[in-house]
Design a protein around this ligand. Structure first.
Ligand SMILES: *Cc1c(COP(=O)(O)O)cnc(C)c1O
Length: 425
C-alpha cells in the first residue's frame, strides 16, 4: 500500500479523538484545564484543613500559564499564591489578581520597592532585610516579610547560627515601623521519601527557630513548611499553611504513588498530530547519530515536537498515544521532531491523526516521560517551550455546554473552545 496520497481519499475517518476533544485542534498545544486545578486545590485544601493553602504559580504556573493557574487556584479555594521572583508576582498584580502573594528568591536586582507598593510579601533569608527596610523607609510604607530558616536543605534560608542576628534585625526594623513579620517558613528536602528521618530533624530545627523568634517577640500568624509531598505525607508539617505546587497541577511527587492514588487530576495535556507516516525496511536507522535501527520491516510516525518544545533530547522509548493506542519513541529527539515506531508495516495510523504525549485520556503521565529521560514530572511540565501554545479548555464548562446547561459561575479564563494563551506562555 502506498501511503503517499490524500488522506481524505481514504474511507476511514481521519481522526478519532480522545474524550477531551477540541473543536479545532491546534498544530501542537498544551491544553490546560482550569477545572482540574480547581479540583486539585479543593482536594489538597480538604486534606490539610484547617491549614491554609498557598499555591506556587512560579515558572509560569509550572508551565500552565501563571495567570490561568493563579485564577483557577483561587477559584478552587487557594488562600495565597507564591512565586520565586518578585517579577513573577508583579505580573499577577498587573493581571488584576489581588490575592495575598509571597515571593521568596531575590537578587540585588530585585525591585523590593515595587513589591512593597504592590503589597507583595517578601521571603527574607538574610541580606535582603536591609534592602527591604530601606525601600520601606523611602516609600514610608512597611514591608510585609516572612523570615526563612534553612533547617537542612542547604539552599536558601538563614542558617540556625545566623538566625538570632536576623531576628534581632527584624525586631529592630519592626519597632521602627519599617516591616512586619507575617510568617516564618522553611522548605523540606526529602518529604517525597516519607520514611527518611531528615524531615524529623528539619521539623525539630524549625520548632527551635520558632522558639528563638518568640524570645525576640516575633510570633507571626503564618508558620509554613510543607510542599506537596509534605502536605500529603507529613501532617505534623502542616502548621498554619502549606505551600503546594506540583500536586495542584495534578502530578504526584512520590515515586510509588500516582496522581490518581492521591485523588489528583493532571491539568495539562500535551498534544499534536502525526506529521508523516512511512514504511521502512529492516535496518533503517532513526534520527541523528543513527542510535536506533529497526529490527524488522515497520512503519514510522513523525511527531512534530522536539527539544525546542521541551521534549527532552535524552528521552528514549518514551510512551506516545496515537489514536487510542500506545507506542514508543525511537532514536534521538531532535529540535523539532521525533519518531515513533508503529511496530508493523501495515498500519492504520495516518498523517493528521491525534497524538498525545501525556495527559488527557492518554493514560500517560508526565512522570512516564520523566522516567524515559532520567528526570522528574516537575521538569517535564515546566520545560514545555514557548512554541507550544497554551490553550485553556475548562472541562467543567465544556461538560456543561455538552449537556445544554448554562454554567452560572463562568470564570473569565474559561471557554468551551480553545482560547488564546493567557499571559506569556
Ligand atoms: C516550588 C516551591 C514549593 C512547592 O513545591 P511542590 O513540591 O511543587 O509542592 C514550596 N515552597 C517553596 C519554597 C518552593 O520553592
Amino acid at each position: 500500500m502506498s501511503i503517499i496520497g490524500d488522506p481524505s481519499a481514504t474511507s476511514r475517518p481521519v481522526t478519532s479523538r480522545p474524550a477531551t476533544a477540541h473543536p479545532e485542534p491546534a498544530e501542537r498545544a498544551a491544553v490546560i484545564d482550569p477545572a482540574a486545578i480547581r479540583h486539585n486545590v479543593r482536594t489538597i485544601a480538604s486534606y490539610v484543613e484547617p491549614a491554609k493553602v498557598l499555591v506556587a504559580v512560579k515558572a509560569e504556573g509550572y508551565g500552565h500559564g501563571a495567570v490561568t493557574a493563579a485564577r483557577a487556584a483561587l477559584e478552587g479555594g487557594a488562600d495565597w499564591l507564591g512565586t520565586a521572583h518578585v517579577s513573577e508576582a508583579l505580573v499577577l498584580r498587573t493581571a488584576g489578581i489581588q490575592a495575598p502573594l509571597l515571593a521568596w528568591l531575590h537578587t540585588r536586582a530585585t525591585d523590593f520597592a515595587a513589591a512593597i507598593t504592590e503589597h507583595i510579601d517578601l521571603g527574607i533569608s538574610g541580606w535582603e532585610i536591609h534592602h527591604v527596610a530601606r525601600a520601606a523607609e523611602s516609600l514610608q510604607k512597611p514591608a510585609r516579610v516572612h523570615l526563612k530558616i534553612d533547617t537542612g536543605l542547604g539552599r536558601n534560608g538563614c542558617t540556625i547560627e545566623e538566625w538570632p542576628e536576623l531576628l534581632r534585625l527584624a525586631a529592630q526594623y519592626q519597632d521602627r515601623g519599617l516591616l512586619s513579620v507575617e510568617g516564618i517558613f522553611t522548605h523540606l528536602a526529602v518529604a517525597d521519601e516519607p520514611d527518611r528521618r531528615e524531615t524529623d530533624d528539619q521539623l525539630q530545627v524549625y520548632r527551635h527557630a520558632l522558639e528563638l523568634a518568640e524570645a525576640h517577640r516575633i510570633v507571626p500568624d503564618l508558620r509554613h513548611v510543607a510542599n506537596t509531598p509534605g502536605a500529603f505525607s507529613r501532617p505534623d508539617a502542616h502548621f498554619d499553611m502549606v505551600r503546594v505546587g506540583v500536586g495542584v497541577y495534578g502530578h504526584s511527587p512520590f515515586a510509588d504513588r500516582t496522581a490518581e492514588d492521591l485523588g489528583l487530576r493532571p491539568a495539562m495535556e500535551l498534544r499534536t498530530t502525526v506529521a508523516n507516516v512511512k514504511q521502512v525496511p529492516t535496518g533503517q536507522g532513526i534520527s541523528y547519530g543513527l542510535t536506533h535501527r529497526v529490527d524488522r520491516p515497520t512503519s514510522l510516525a513523525l511527531i512534530p515536537l522536539g527539544y525546542a518544545d521541551g521534549i527532552p533530547r535524552v528521552a528514549v522509548h518514551a510512551p506516545v498515544w496515537i489514536n487510542g493506542r500506545r507506542y514508543r519513541s525511537v532514536g534521538r529527539v531532535a529540535m523539532d521532531q521525533f519518531v515513533v515506531d508503529l511496530g508493523e508495516r501495515e498500519t492504520d495510523v495516518q498523517v493528521g491523526d491525534d497524538v498525545v504525549i501525556f495527559g488527557g485520556s492518554s493514560g500517560i503521565e508526565a512522570a512516564d516521560w520523566g522516567s524515559a529521560a532520567g528526570t522528574i514530572n516537575y521538569e517535564i511540565i515546566t520545560r514545555i517551550g514557548e512554541r507550544v501554545p497554551r490553550i485553556v479548555v475548562d472541562s467543567d464548562l465544556a461538560a456543561g455546554l455538552a449537556t445544554g446547561s448554562v454554567p452560572t459561575a463562568a470564570s473569565p479564563a474559561s471557554a468551551a473552545s480553545p482560547t488564546p494563551p493567557r499571559g506569556p506562555a
